[in-house]
Design a protein around this ligand. Structure first.
Ligand SMILES: Cc1ncc(C[n+]2csc(CCOP(=O)(O)OP(=O)(O)O)c2C)c(N)n1
Ligand SMILES: [Mg+2]
Length: 337
């Protein structure tokens, strides 16, 4: 399986998993899908049959709310069955919404933002001290870098010359409620990391060729005399691959509901399905899709996101009710199976 095929599958699983569960963060999943796909097809050393293999590269998805992307990649790469993905977020499932280390292939539970880089730096420190060749990769969100602990880890990694540490920032310029610059100004992100002593590589993070070249460059840096840690600033589009989700903060928390949201998302993905890839959920896409009507302004603010205003409690209840009925539908289905 090549990286483009895996990225498509991550996106398709992500749509299905959030649709079935009424779970969140599809925008974050679509944003990071290419980074995760390239890591698992071309970069990381791992053994899916022996997830705790000592010589594996360590990998931490610090933006743990995009767990569905990691779970999809792990399942597709043989760590556990693809069938299990359907249990994501369901009661009793081990595939929790945020990443859990109970899952084969996961090195660290994440979800509380701001901790992944610190743990990655600790792992890299120990591996380096023991003169081991394994590398440590950490994938962070850009909004996550509002957390002070990220910058403490950045200082630590430079101080101890952790050239075996490679961080990747999913730089989509958005966080949960707004654009990053409106939340905490970040301006020249690369200059900040450079100032903290890191090698900085900046690329288009939805472009596989650029991602692969960036990892190659990171490897050159690792073997160079500088002994600095490396950061890849991967400029991405939140919601990438589904036009009405792209750059729309609504889709940080909203899930693709029954009807046009699910149908149009699936059919848009089908327009770019790589040859030979099978969609296990809807092999031919949605044959009679529902389209948005004039009443459905697809860019409208119709959940609690975007404007945190006085109507919030009422709106919140409405969203929860939809989410619950979706969950009930799924639980019922599971019982019947
Ligand atoms: C410590 C902490 N605070 C708040 C949250 C709630 N939260 C979940 S996702 C998110 C936004 C993250 O933005 P970013 O890191 O840019 O990730 P993206 O979804 O854009 O990829 C927030 C604030 C959290 N998970 N952890
Ligand atoms: Mg972001």
């Amino acid at each position: 399986m090549n990286s483009e095929e895996l990225a498509w599958k991550i996106r398709r699983h992500g749509i299905e998993m959030t649709h079935l569960s009424g779970g969140s963060h599809i925008g974050a999943v679509l944003s990071v899908a290419d980074i995760i796909a390239v890591l698992y097809t071309d970069i990381l050393n791992y053994d899916a049959k022996n997830p705790r293999w000592e010589e594996r590269d360590r990998m931490i998805l610090s933006k743990g709310h995009a767990g569905a992307a990691l779970y999809a990649a792990l399942a597709e790469c043989g760590f556990f069955s693809v069938e299990e993905l359907k249990t994501h977020y369901a009661d009793g499932s081990r595939l929790s919404g945020h990443v859990s280390h109970c899952i084969p292939g996961v090195d660290l539970s994440t979800g509380s933002l701001g901790h992944g880089l610190s743990v990655a730096a600790g792992m890299a420190y120990t591996l380096k001290k023991d003169r081991r060749k394994e590398r440590v990769f950490a994938v962070l969100g850009d909004g996550e870098c509002d957390e002070g602990s990220v910058w403490e880890a950045a200082l630590f990694a430079n101080h101890f010359r952790l050239n075996n540490l490679i961080a990747i920032i999913d730089r989509n310029y958005m966080q949960s409620m707004d654009f990053q610059e409106n939340t905490l100004e970040m301006k020249d992100f690369g200059a900040k990391w450079k100032g903290f002593g890191w090698n900085v590589i900046e690329i288009d993070g939805n472009n596989h060729r650029q991602l692969k070249r960036a990892f190659q460059k990171a490897e050159e840096y690792r073997n160079s005399e500088t002994h600095k840690p490396t950061i890849i600033i991967a400029n991405t589009v939140k919601g990438y691959g589904v036009s009405f989700m792209e750059n729309n903060i609504l889709w940080h928390y909203r899930f693709p509901h029954d009807g046009w949201e699910y149908d149009c998302a699936v059919n848009e993905l089908h327009q770019s399905i790589p040859p030979g890839v099978e969609d296990i959920y809807t092999p031919k896409g949605i044959e009679k899709p529902i389209f948005p009507t004039e009443q459905d302004n697809i860019n409208s603010d119709y959940t609690f996101t975007y404007t945190w205003n006085t109507t919030y409690p009422e709106r919140m209840r409405r969203v929860e009710a939809v989410g619950d009925s979706n969950k009930r539908k799924y639980t019922q289905q599971r019982k019947e199976e």
